[in-house]
Design a binder for this molecule. Structure first.
Ligand code: PBG
Length: 328
């Protein structure tokens, strides 16, 4: 017999003990469900690279929301999908009050007042260039300050429609401060900002760009999204967003960036969110379909890892699967 004083295995001896000593648990209250919206009155099409995720027309969106709410989902993040012919280089349609996205937000808020609605603020769903900002036609660079004027106006329209959280996903400099000022000047002092504080130029967004058909038409997003090799820079971005008035700080992607979540958790007292992005979802689904991993077990392990790293909230395409599994 070895003479061991410490035997950590004693605390793992059986299920109830492991459950009592569990350090982190995911609940439905931690999850935000992203949804893709079509302008159609009735439509539902599955996203090829994201099995189980759909683009929803108006009617189908309402039934999807009813089902999600009955499973305990309390917050959704809405992304609009526009046909190519509605896009232009200035993303002009984003500032049209009658655009379907604003109408949908209003209708959902009226139908489900308790549901927390987060929106998306960036130009890529509306831009014929597929970039998050306005492109200078001569230099082909992304114009920061001009873009922010549009983002601020979009945010006000979203707030007017009833959004609870405005979600700038664009990574322009100074946008959180400008949006805060814009919202306040219009009286929306209670509309919060859910900032994509550390958003990396990641290849994990591939399936999302398929869903929206929003891949950049030229170049990449590396002049505004962060270099995946950088860690300190995330703190710089997070501190700026906090100082500019962000109410929640998000790290995106999530899985390969748990160190960043942990850093932000230690350096800020704001709620921290993780975006479990489309590519992370697609990898698990693809391996699960092939029988190469237990999809549900991997999903649960992934979600708890975000909590362990320090996330309070997780934006995940698995939100409904997770909720349904708890209710069964
Ligand atoms: C764009 C945006 C992207 C995602 C959310 N908002 C893609 C991008 O930056 O190109 C990705 C989300 C995901 O992959 O699930 N503003």
């Amino acid at each position: 017999m070895m003479n061991l004083i410490k035997r950590p295995r004693r605390n793992r001896a059986h299920g109830s003990m492991r459950s009592l000593l569990c350090e982190n648990k995911v609940t439905v209250d931690d999850l935000i469900l992203p949804l893709f919206l079509l302008g159609d009155e009735s439509a539902k099409s599955e996203i090829k690279s994201m099995p189980g995720q759909f683009r929803f027309g108006r009617k189908e969106l309402i039934s999807e929301l009813k089902e999600s709410i009955s499973l305990g989902i309390k917050m959704v993040c809405l992304f609009p999908i526009l046909p190519e012919e509605k896009k232009d280089s200035m993303a002009s349609i984003a500032l049209k009050k009658e655009m379907f996205y604003y109408q949908r937000i209003k209708e959902i808020k009226d139908l489900f007042p308790e549901l927390v609605i987060m929106t998306d603020v960036a130009l890529d769903p509306y831009s014929s260039d597929g970039h998050d900002g306005i492109v200078d036609p001569k230099t082909k660079t992304i114009l920061n300050d001009q873009t922010i004027e549009v983002l601020t106006k979009m945010s006000i329209l979203q707030a007017q429609a009833g959004a609870d959280y405005i979600g700038p996903s664009d990574m322009m400099d100074g946008r959180v401060g400008a949006i805060r000022k814009g919202l306040d000047s219009e009286g929306f002092t209670n509309t919060a900002i859910f900032s994509y504080a550390a958003k990396y130029a990641s290849s994990f967004y591939g399936p999302f760009r398929d869903a929206l058909d929003s891949a950049p038409k030229f170049g990449d997003k590396k002049t505004y999204q962060m270099n995946p090799a950088n860690r300190r820079e995330a703190l710089l971005e997070a501190k700026l967003d906090e100082a500019e008035g962000a109410d929640v700080l998000m790290v995106k992607p999530g899985l390969a960036y748990l160190d960043i979540i942990s850093d932000l958790r230690r350096h800020s007292n704001l709620p921290i969110a993780a975006y479990n992005v489309s590519g992370e979802y697609a990898m698990v689904k693809a391996a699960g379909e092939r029988g190469w991993c237990d999809e549900t077990a991997v999903m649960n392990e992934m979600l708890v890892a975000f909590k362990r790293a320090g996330a309070d909230l997780i934006l995940s395409y698995f939100a409904k699967d997770f909720a349904a599994q708890r209710i069964k």
